[in-house]
Write a protein that binds this ligand. Structure first.
Ligand code: NAI
Length: 258
């Protein structure tokens, strides 16, 4: 049985992953704002450092895997927090946890990306470049012109930068060479509190009209099945992949993108 860190443990897909891992007999160290082993606001750099250290201490400096599911949806007015949680709330923790993941010898990491990476029109390249350069202020200055429409751009852009970070790092000796498999899961519209909030917001009409070819919304526990599979030995040969599980939305928009 292994020891896993799971962020976003209190709700939605992170909660479903943590519950499945615990039910299978693993030790889970959950991170979230509330209702978690380590309570932290991942939008704050110092809180991220403290949370990363608290997890390492609870895990005895050895992690068999990590699932980074904490995230904020495209909520108007929360652009700074979206960038901080969705991008830095993943990469800062993973950098701190890398030695503990390497210590396990065959660790697996699943980062929650999103199909918004390929279905959000108009994300400026400079936003993504600035996040990858770790400059949140520059990134946010670059999307001011979107005004009240900036939140979906920041959401899609933060997940795009995150996916690129995963792919760039997954193949480096520090990660793949240390036996760590770094991959991303890109869900589509999954019925969790994040989506429910969007369906109750002023953007509800646009959110509800987003095409999901198979119809309906994804089930959080089915997405958790994918994350748990990506933590298993089945993922030994999976490295730097972004797996879309989205009812066909990405294929609908980009059938010929390959
Ligand atoms: P959710 O809202 O049910 O759960 C997200 C969790 O992240 C919550 O427990 C929340 O407290 C935590 N969180 C938010 N801000 C935080 C902060 N500052 N510090 C610490 N924890 C914080 O959302 P859901 O849907 O389960 O999302 C999981 C991941 O999947 C997120 O990264 C989200 O962006 C991504 N995703 C969700 C989709 C959906 O349709 N539900 C679609 C594509 C991606």
């Amino acid at each position: 049985m292994g020891t896993y860190a799971v962020t976003g443990r209190a709700s939605g897909m992170g909660r479903a992953v943590a519950d499945q891992l615990r039910a299978a007999g693993h030790t889970v160290i959950g991170v979230d704002l509330d209702d978690a082993d380590v309570q932290a606001d991942l939008s704050v750099p110092r809180a991220r450092r403290e949370a990363a250290a608290a997890v390492l201490s609870a895990a005895g400096e050895r992690l068999d895997g990590a699932v980074l599911a904490a995230g904020l949806g495209p909520v108007r007015g929360r652009e700074r927090a979206i960038a901080q949680v969705n991008y830095f709330g993943v990469v800062d923790l993973l950098r701190e946890w890398r030695p503990a993941l390497a210590a396990a010898g065959n660790a697996k990491v699943v980062v929650f990306s999103s199909n918004s990476t390929t279905t959000t029109p108009g994300v400026p390249r400079r936003f993504v470049r600035a996040l990858l350069a770790e400059d949140a202020d520059r990134a946010l200055r670059g999307v001011r012109l979107f005004g009240k429409a900036a939140a979906p751009i920041v959401y899609g852009g933060s997940k795009l930068a995150l996916s690129r970070w995963v792919r760039r790092n997954a193949v480096l000796p520090e990660w793949s060479g240390a036996g760590i498999r770094l991959n991303a899961l890109a869900p589509g519209a999954v019925l969790t509190p994040l989506l429910e909030d969007q369906l109750a917001s002023p953007a509800a009409k646009a959110v509800a009209s987003f095409p999901v070819p198979i119809g309906g919304y994804g089930d959080p526990s089915r997405l958790a099945d994918w994350a748990v599979f990506m933590l298993s030995d089945a993922a030994d040969f999976l490295c730097g992949s972004v797996i879309f599980v989205d009812g066909g939305s990405d294929a609908y928009f980009r059938a010929d993108a390959w």
